[in-house]
Design a protein around this ligand. Structure first.
Ligand code: HGY
Ligand code: MN
Ligand code: MN
Length: 412
């Protein structure tokens, strides 16, 4: 069979996705596989087993990133890499992240079945804690790997129960010895569901993002004056939840200032959260994204000033933390073109677009040529239990990944 006629085994890809979906399955048909949870460990152990079944060299680094390497003929050449993440949102979907890891595994299985030799090594990877839901920020382990985030800072990040990311890595047995530091990469591809409505709306099969928006995360903490709700007059209260409500309105208002921007308050904690106590503490998060980095920066400056004015008016002490910022990731044009050309050669329609969702590929893009391959999300939904993509599109995306990786792996 000529290399051009090589195709993945769609049924086997479906089986591996269904097997993974059973790990942390939720009653609503989604998954809960929070980073470094027992479910994440279960999925990791299975991935490692599958890598060993096809004779990949397995390594686990200090951030728990799992690498499976398939030797090429010229081992000293920079490798071709592909991967994504096995961790999920609290009530996440069965495709976000895991498609990119299982799709890459299916590529390796296909090459293994057909005994295909490549010039360059191929490496596939499960990046630890891409979601940033349990331990903020997102994409933390690819961020450490490319040298943009500090390992010990990442280790120190805590979840809502005060557990540290580094301790949880050790607890599940994935705090590896290998330094979490980039090795030479010739090209990096990430297969992922679009998580938005564009491909479906345009009736296209393969998305070729020109890049990923910048992502900026902030944590806002307010201090109120708790009291019994009954006897305390309305005048003179320091009600920090009321102040927070006005700030949340501000986030939404500012987001509309620029067409390429989105801003969201997705997480809020109210203390002591009792209906008959005026709250004495509120913690909420702000997520701002835009294609132009300075739009998101400018939006934050407006929000920050308005938050200060609101806090002042309520007499509410406020702390604002710039938690995390990752710059916009414009992907390598020649790799994006390779995605578009490969989709066409395989007979699939494609769409040149932008990714509003963050991905590990954003960080890899800062040290090596990178690009992504999207498939449609039904109803444009994601980060929800009803997240859905068709098995046929999963197979098509994996075939585009297979041939993009082969094209790059044969380049000398
Ligand atoms: O936030 C994101 O877009 C990704 O799910 N980490
Ligand atoms: Mn993802
Ligand atoms: Mn996600």
């Amino acid at each position: 069979m000529s290399i051009k006629d090589l195709r993945v085994d769609g049924a086997r890809l479906r089986r591996s996705l269904e097997t993974m979906a059973a790990i942390g399955a939720t009653p609503g048909g989604g998954v809960q596989r929070l980073a470094l949870s027992d479910e994440d460990k279960q999925a990791r152990d299975l991935f490692v087993r599958w890598l060993k079944e096809i004779d990949c060299e397995v390594s686990i680094d200090e951030m728990g990133n799992i690498f499976g390497r398939r030797p090429g003929k010229n081992r000293e050449l920079p490798a071709v890499m592909s991967g994504s993440h096995l961790d999920s949102q609290p009530k996440g979907g069965r495709f976000d992240g895991v498609l990119g890891v299982m799709g890459a595994l299916e590529v390796m299985r296909t090459l293994h079945d057909h005994k295909i030799e490549t010039e360059r090594d191929l490496v596939i990877v499960d990046w630890t804690n891409e979601e940033g839901s349990r331990f903020a920020p997102a994409m933390v382990s690819s961020g450490v790997w490319v040298g943009k985030l500090e390992r010990d800072w990442a280790y120190s990040r805590t979840d809502i129960n005060g557990l540290k990311q580094g301790d949880e890595l050790a607890r599940i047995g994935y705090k590896g010895e290998t330094p979490a530091r980039a090795f030479p990469i010739h090209a990096n591809y990430e297969l992922h569901i679009e998580q938005g409505p564009m491909l479906e709306a345009e009736g296209r099969t393969i998305g070729a993002p020109k890049g990923v928006l910048c992502l900026h995360w902030y944590d806002i903490r307010l201090t109120g004056t708790a009291n019994q709700v009954g006897p305390t007059p309305m005048a003179g209260r320091n009600d920090c939840l009321l102040a927070a409500a006005e700030m949340i309105q501000t986030v939404n208002k500012v987001a509309h200032l620029k067409g390429d921007m989105v801003a969201t308050v997705g997480e809020i904690h109210n203390y002591p959260n009792s209906r008959n106590i005026i709250p004495d503490g509120v913690h909420f998060t702000v997520d701002i994204r835009s294609w132009e980095d300075d739009h998101a920066i400018g939006a934050w400056e407006v929000m920050r000033r308005e938050f200060e004015a609101i806090a002042d008016r309520h007499g509410t002490p406020i702390e604002m933390e710039i938690t995390w910022r990752v710059v916009r990731a414009p992907f390598a044009e020649e790799l994006v073109q390779n995605v578009l050309d490969t989709a066409a050669e395989l007979g699939h329609s494609s769409l040149y677009m932008v990714s509003g969702a963050g991905h590990d590929c954003s960080y890899i893009n800062q040290i090596a040529p990178a690009a992504m391959i999207f498939i449609p999300s039904k109803g444009g939904r994601s980060h929800v239990e009803v997240e859905e993509s068709s098995w046929e599109d999963c197979e098509k995306g994996a075939n585009v990944l297979l041939h993009c990786m082969l094209t790059s792996a044969q380049q000398l």
